[in-house]
Design a protein around this ligand. Structure first.
Ligand code: PMP
Ligand code: GLN
Length: 380
C-alpha cells in the first residue's frame, strides 16, 4: 500500500474510549468531565446561535473573542497582548497544527519533551521536522540544562512545550522557565507553548507562561483552549497568541486548515472569558476535590499515586504499587476484567518509554469515581 495510508496510527484516546463504549467500562481514560459545564456559557452559545449570524465569521476570529482573550490574559496572567495578536482556531489541536505547519520547514529541528501529547510528533513529522526528544523521568518530570544541551544544534528552530503537562499533571517551575527562555534566545528558536491546562491548577498554584520570560515576548506562540477553561471539551474553540511578525504567518496556515470556527461558540467563549475570578476558583476547587477523592481511594486500595499539581489527571506508579505488569498490560486488564478505562503513559513516548505509569482522569462526578474505585478493588 502507498505508505501515505499507513503513516498515521490511531490515537490512544480514541482506542480506549471506543473500547470503553463497546464494553460499558467506566471511562477514566480520555480526559473529559462528565458534568454539564457552566450554564451561563451554554445559554450564551444558544442565544448567539438563534439570534446572531451563523455565516462565516472573520478568518482570525470574531473581534469580541480576540479582545476577550487579550483582556483575559492581562487580568489572569499579566500579559500585554493586543487583540490583533490573537487568532481563533478550532480547538487547541488546530492551533498546534497551524503553528507547526506555519513554522516548521523540512529538516528543522524541534525540541520536544517526553512524555508528549499525542498530536505533537505526527504533526512535526508530517511537516518534515526532525524531533529532538528530551526524556523526562518520574516522579519529578523535570527539564535540566544538560538534557537541553544534549539536543541542541545549529538546526534547532523550535521548542514545543506543554505546561501544565499532560499526562503527568506537573507544572514547569521558575528555574525551568528561565532555562528554556535562555535556550530559545541562545538558539534564536521560537517556543510553541501549549497552555491548554493553564486554569486547571491546584493547591493555590499560579500558571506562568514562557511568554512572560525576558526575551520571550516576541518569540513565543501561546496556545489556549475554551474546551478546557469551561469544561466543555467537545467545543473545539482555541486560540494562538503571538507577536505580529509570527501571528501573521500563523494566520496563513490557519486559513487553509479550517479558516474559521463556529460563531456562536466564539460568542460564548468571549462571554465566559470575562467571568469573574470566582468562577475559575470554584472550577479549580471542584476538580481539586475530585483529585483528592480519587487519590485517597486509590491509596486505600494500595496504589502509589504520583502527585498531581494540575490538569484532569493523576498517575499511578505500578512498580511502586506492587503490580507486576507493564502499563499496557495493566490498562488492558483493568478495562477488560475490571471495567475501568485508563491510559497507559507509554503511549506518550516515541521511544524509550516509561512503562510503569498509568493515567486516570478524575474530572468526574463523585458517583463515577466511587463506582470506578469499587471496580478497582479487584487487582490483577
Ligand atoms: N494539548 C493538550 C496538552 C491537551 O491535553 C489537549 C486536549 N486535552 C489539547 C491540546 C487539545 O485541545 P482542544 O480540545 O482544544 O483541541
Ligand atoms: N486531551 C485529552 C486527553 O488527554 C484527549 C483529547 C483527544 O481525545 N484528542 O485525554
Amino acid at each position: 500500500m502507498n505508505p501515505v495510508y499507513t503513516a498515521l496510527g490511531t490515537t490512544i484516546f480514541e482506542a480506549m474510549s471506543a473500547r470503553a463504549r463497546a464494553t460499558g467500562a467506566i471511562n477514566l481514560g480520555q480526559g473529559f468531565p462528565d458534568g454539564r459545564g457552566p450554564e451561563d456559557v451554554l445559554a450564551e452559545a444558544a442565544r448567539a446561535l438563534i439570534e446572531e449570524s451563523n455565516q462565516y465569521p472573520p478568518m482570525a476570529g470574531t473581534p469580541a473573542l480576540r479582545q476577550a482573550v487579550a483582556d483575559h490574559y492581562r487580568v489572569h496572567q499579566g500579559l500585554d497582548l493586543d487583540a490583533s495578536e490573537v487568532i481563533v482556531t478550532s480547538g487547541a489541536t488546530e492551533a498546534l497544527a497551524a503553528a507547526i505547519f506555519a513554522l516548521v520547514s523540512p529538516g528543522d529541528e524541534v525540541v520536544m519533551f517526553q512524555p508528549l501529547y499525542d498530536a505533537y510528533l505526527p504533526l512535526v513529522q508530517r511537516a518534515g521536522g526532525v524531533a529532538k526528544l528530551v526524556r523526562l523521568e518520574p516522579p519529578e518530570w523535570r527539564i535540566t540544562a544538560d538534557a537541553l544541551a544534549a539536543v541542541a544544534s545549529d538546526r534547532t528552530r523550535l521548542v514545543l512545550l506543554n505546561s501544565p503537562l499532560n499526562p503527568t499533571g506537573t507544572m514547569i517551575g521558575p528555574d525551568e522557565l528561565a532555562l528554556l527562555a535562555d535556550f530559545c534566545v541562545a538558539h534564536d528558536a521560537i517556543a510553541i507553548c501549549d497552555e491548554v491546562w493553564e486554569h486547571v491548577v491546584f493547591d493555590g498554584r499560579q500558571h506562568r507562561s514562557l511568554m512572560a520570560q525576558p526575551g520571550m515576548r516576541d518569540r513565543t506562540v501561546k496556545i489556549g483552549s475554551a474546551g478546557k477553561i469551561f469544561s466543555l471539551t467537545g467545543w473545539k474553540v482555541g486560540w494562538l497568541c503571538a507577536a505580529p511578525a509570527i501571528s501573521s504567518v500563523l494566520a496563513k496556515a490557519h486559513q487553509f486548515l479550517t479558516f474559521t470556527t463556529p460563531p456562536n461558540l466564539q460568542a460564548a467563549a468571549a462571554f465566559g472569558l470575562g467571568k469573574d475570578i470566582a468562577y475559575f476558583e470554584e472550577m479549580r476547587a471542584g476538580y481539586q476535590r475530585s483529585r483528592d477523592r480519587l487519590a485517597a481511594g486509590l491509596t486505600g486500595l494500595g496504589y502509589t499515586v504520583l502527585p498531581s499539581a494540575a490538569t484532569y489527571f493523576l498517575n499511578i506508579d505500578l512498580a511502586a504499587s506492587g503490580v507486576d505488569m507493564d502499563d499496557v498490560a495493566f490498562a488492558r486488564w483493568l478495562l477488560e476484567e475490571a471495567g475501568v478505562a485508563t491510559i497507559p503513559v507509554s503511549a506518550f513516548y516515541a521511544e524509550n518509554a516509561v512503562r510503569s505509569v498509568v493515567r486516570l482522569c478524575f474530572a468526574k462526578q463523585d458517583a463515577t469515581l466511587d463506582a470506578a474505585l469499587e471496580r478497582m478493588t479487584r487487582r490483577p
